[in-house]
Write a protein that binds this ligand. Structure first.
Ligand code: RIB
Length: 292
């Protein structure tokens, strides 16, 4: 099963801090590292690492060689990534000693996707493919509309959360992936969300899948000691989709695998580079099963 991911590509500039700064305060970082990130790319890497077949559709700028090289090295098909004049997107990320983060993004090239790029990618896609998108690129409504017109199923992670953008397309979405607060905001605006499957992450508690018909499945998170939670939700979603899009009837396995992938990802610094391979997740899950 192929997944077309219309998503962001960021250079993550990560500063490790003792604690988060207060407004007006200057702090020295304990360390600085540059990683590949972006909600879109993190999800593509998680799909690929989980054995899924993913094509990433996005854009980088003239400075994009490093990011493009990293995306490709992490197993993602990059032929649909455009080169544009605008600089590659980036994120400034603070991570404190409790593994919490604060993130500021600059969209850059992620905001320069073109309609023709969407059309070409959709025309080139095998039948039965899924389309995935987030809110870090432009043209989200166009991507959903064109994907549905072409007969594809659509999964949408409307992060960074924008209620208006999410509600504009919710009736066309097959799977909406949100955190607990985003789910509450959607339910406040639209009490009846039946017809769209929901994947709701509850942080360290776990995740819940509610089918379009209202059937609920819960997966507890595996208790681990995180060092950096950046990209954990992206890892969960990508790992889940790699299984769910292929075998939607094996929901419990998909949720358990995704929980295992996220549990391993948060124990390493960085977003995309911290995403575990399928053998690593399977070994972790086997160990958890033996211990229980
Ligand atoms: O979800 C984590 C991601 O959000 C980071 O990799 C950063 O690039 C921001 O887009």
């Amino acid at each position: 099963m192929t997944i077309l991911n219309f998503g962001s590509i960021n250079v993550d500039l990560v500063y490790a801090l003792e604690r988060m700064p207060q407004p007006g305060e200057t702090l020295s970082a304990r360390s600085f590292q540059q990683f590949l990130g972006g909600k879109g790319v993190n999800q593509s890497v998680a799909i690929a690492a989980s054995g899924g077949n993913v094509r990433h559709i996005g854009a980088v700028g003239p400075d994009g060689d490093w990011a493009l090289g990293r995306v490709s090295a992490l197993g993602v098909f990059t032929d649909h990534i455009a080169r544009v004049e605008t600089a590659t997107g980036h994120a400034i990320i603070f991570v404190d000693t409790s593994a919490e983060n604060m993130i500021v993004i600059h969209g850059g090239a992620n905001q320069a996707l073109s309609e023709s790029q969407i059309d070409v990618a959709l025309a080139d896609a095998p039948s039965g493919a899924w389309v995935l998108l987030q809110n870090e690129t432009n043209l989200t409504v166009e991507i959903v509309t064109k994907a549905k017109q072409a007969g594809f199923k659509v999964a949408y992670s409307p992060a960074p959360f924008d209620e208006a953008r999410a509600l504009a397309v919710i009736d066309q979405i097959d799977l909406m992936a949100v955190n607990q607060y985003e789910a509450e905001a959607l339910r406040a605006a639209r009490p009846d969300l039946s017809g769209t499957a929901l994947l709701i992450t509850h942080g360290a508690k776990g995740a819940e899948f509610i089918s379009a018909e209202g059937r609920r499945h819960f997966q507890a998170a595996f208790p681990v000691q995180p060092v950096d939670t950046t990209g954990a939700g992206d890892t969960f979603l990508g790992a889940f989709l790699a299984h769910y899009c292929q075998t939607p009837d094996q929901l419990a396995d998909a949720l358990r695998y995704a929980a295992g992938a996220a549990a391993l990802q948060v124990q390493k610094p960085g977003a995309a580079v911290a995403i575990p391979s399928k053998p690593e997740v399977e070994a972790f899950l086997a160990q958890q099963a033996r211990a229980s």
